[in-house]
Design a binder for this molecule. Structure first.
Ligand SMILES: [Zn+2]
Length: 99
């Protein structure tokens, strides 16, 4: 506890940069005015722990060899589509498009 208080004091006087949340830390966000992300199928629940795979050509690969890269993602609990810009919509945007 003493260390945390000391760091807080140092932060106040500008000796330390503002605290940034690291891995495993949670930050509180007010979701009252946030828009909920939905899958194209209408699903609003996403499961973490999926990966999307990318085949990387030797031309652009950092190792100079063909490789498979993976990117962590969440996937829709309803239709199992991986969550991404082309598979998700944001509440409120659809209504705006139709007007
Ligand atoms: Zn879905």
């Amino acid at each position: 506890m003493g260390e945390a208080r000391r760091r807080e004091e140092l932060r106040k006087i500008g000796a330390l940069p503002p605290q940034q949340p690291g891995r495993g830390q949670t930050i509180k966000v007010d979701l009252t005015h946030a828009k909920q992300i939905r899958c194209k199928c209408g699903g609003k629940v996403f499961l973490p722990g999926g990966v999307t795979l990318f085949s990387v050509s030797a031309i652009v690969s950092p190792t100079g060899q063909d490789l498979i890269a993976n990117k962590p993602c969440a996937y829709c609990a309803k239709c199992f589509e991986p969550m991404g810009p082309d598979t998700t919509t944001i509440d409120g945007q659809e209504e705006a498009k139709t007007q």
